[in-house]
Design a binder for this molecule. Structure first.
Ligand code: 13P
Ligand code: SF4
Length: 347
């Protein structure tokens, strides 16, 4: 799994995973893969997944395709059919290096758009068109233009969780893994950072740069509360609390660590807390627990309904039917790509 800001081809099991059209799949696909996920998926459920896994592996080879999966995908997707896994930053970085003809993005629509921006000549497929994001839905290009008029000369830093049309109005993008570095890379006293209000406030607490925010929220992370964290500490003595920076600032203040999904994974790898809770989407704990079965994961579960629109079945169908292909208006693509590439150039 990638650390924030790091271009890595290691997978969630910490193995070096070569990827590309023919690199991943062993000959007997589903059978060989069950051992990886036996802690997460009961044996009785496995037959329901095996046929889709085998078919997907075969289709990937025949289509010269790779599957990029976000850390919130379910274990049978994340650990069994994906070639590259990670946080939004790692997926964007890795999308640049893919040498297959087809990219299937097991994640939400803005991630597929980012992959397409960076690979205009490749076919990028999203298995479910409805896989959106409450943050991406919270702001329009006209909102960005209005903000610019209200704050002339102030650069716009846009979270990747936005449409290509909003990115096209922006100076530079960021993810939760590099937001502070991006904000500070501009060398200015003030930035507009949109659309996630909580991420903006959490980053503002770490930098001298003044941040003008927008009012978007992630519908998954906004539900965590500081009271819930205090209750978790009472109910599970010694629990180490890791919070995603899309959580409200008072939740982050109660946590032991805050960072992107890959940064959380990095924290677990370094510290191996015996008992921990990841305040983020449910599947994240499932996927990390596969790698660390000896750790006790406390799991208050907030599901992302958009991430959960991606299933093994629709990944298979995407490769069978070559749908749904992501297209971006070329007039928007050029400025949107510039904003993403500027972000990727920040060390
Ligand atoms: P990261 O994986 O980049 O931390 O993002 C979390 C998220 O909510 C993506 O939708
Ligand atoms: Fe969007 Fe939140 Fe779902 Fe991520 S978890 S895709 S930010 S709604």
């Amino acid at each position: 799994m990638s650390l924030p800001g790091e271009v890595s081809r290691s997978d969630a099991r910490g193995e070096e995973r070569r990827y590309g059209p023919h690199a991943l799949a062993p000959k007997s696909d589903a059978g060989a893969l069950y051992a990886r996920v036996s802690h997460a998926i009961p044996a009785i459920e496995w037959p329901f997944y095996a046929a889709d896994i085998d078919a997907t592996m075969t289709l990937k080879r025949s289509r010269n395709a790779v599957v990029l999966a976000h850390n919130y995908q379910t274990p049978e997707i994340f650990h069994c059919v994906s070639d590259i896994v990670g946080d939004s930053l790692a997926l964007a970085r890795e999308a640049m290096n893919v040498d297959a003809d087809v990219i299937v993005l097991a994640g939400v629509h803005f991630m597929a758009e980012t992959a397409k921006l960076l690979n205009p000549e490749k076919t990028v497929l999203i298995p479910a068109l409805g896989a959106g994001c409450s943050l991406a839905d919270s702001i329009t290009p006209e909102d960005v233009r209005r903000l610019r008029r209200a704050h002339p000369g102030v650069p716009v830093v846009t979270y990747v969780n936005t449409s290509a049309a909003v990115k096209a109005e922006s100076d530079i993008c960021c993810t939760s893994g590099n937001a502070k570095a991006v904000v500070e890379s501009l060398g200015v006293p003030r930035v507009i950072m949109l659309p996630d209000e909580f991420l903006a406030h959490n980053i503002a607490a770490q930098t001298k740069v003044e941040i003008i925010s927008w009012s978007g929220h992630c519908e998954v992370h906004e539900r965590f509360t500081a009271a819930e964290v205090r209750e978790l500490r009472e109910d599970y003595p010694g629990v180490v609390v890791l919070a995603h920076p899309e959580c409200p600032p008072e939740v982050v203040a109660e946590a032991d660590f805050s960072g992107s999904t890959a940064a959380m994974q990095g924290y677990v790898a370094r510290h191996r807390p015996a008992r921990l809770v990841l305040l983020t989407e449910c599947s994240m704990s499932d996927n990390v627990a596969v790698q660390y079965p000896e750790l006790e994961f406390v799991r208050p579960c907030n599901l992302c309904p958009h991430m959960k629109k991606i299933t093994l079945g629709n990944i298979r169908r995407a490769l069978e039917t070559m749908q749904h292909e992501v297209h971006i208006d070329p007039e928007l693509a050029a400025p949107a790509r510039r904003a993403v590439e500027r972000m990727l150039a920040v060390k």
